[in-house]
Design a protein around this ligand. Sequence first.
Ligand code: GSH
Length: 233
Amino acid sequence: MIDLYYWPTPNGWKITIALEEMGLPYRVVPVDIGRGAQHDAGFVRISPNRRMPAIIDDEPLGGGAPIDLFESAAILQYLADKSGQLLPKSGQARYEVLAWVAWQVAGLGPMAGQLHHFKDYAPTKIEYAIQRYSNEVNRLYGVLDARLEGREFLCGAYSIADIASYPWVLPEAHGQDLTHFPNLDRWYQTMRARPAVQKGRKVGVELARPMDDESKKVLFGQSAASVKAATKT
Ligand SMILES: N[C@@H](CCC(=O)N[C@@H](CS)C(=O)NCC(=O)O)C(=O)O
């Protein structure tokens, strides 16, 4: 059984969607990131970056001792290898999928995350920061749109690359109009209609809470000092 350390956010949804698509059994272990559970010593042992998602699989690929993993890109690749689905086994096709997963975790995710922060949560509105991250998210939507010209999915066949990007395409929250991105719009509608995507998006909805003051303090007040403090708990 796979234990999924999870909270219902875009990075968490990547893994619930993948698990649902692959039909792998899993159990959700909530990590209440608005209350600091990402800093609990037990969780930090499997996720040294103090971020969810993370997994422990006690029936790992290849047998042997349980495997634990953090970082959604590594988890997606592991689950694809374990299930033999949504990632070609070798060659150009495999590395192309992994490149698009890397693109999402290194580009779309962090840029969209900063846009949310400065647009919706920052205590003061800094126009330059909002503009900078809006432009970058707009550019990245353009990259997706160009890539999806003549392709049903990002790498031709449906793959973990699509699953990585989908939860981070949030047109309303990002102030983006999908009518300007017709290929992305078509892909977005295809993705959201998939039963496993709908199921994965609903996992743990009952856990979600609006961003309150305590969450802001926990999420936006971190530094190296909080890492040191957390390891002692
Ligand atoms: N690069 C990481 C990012 C994970 C991440 O940022 N997770 C967020 C929730 S979406 C989190 O755990 N935040 C807790 C915090 O900021 O303290 C991945 O792809 O897994």
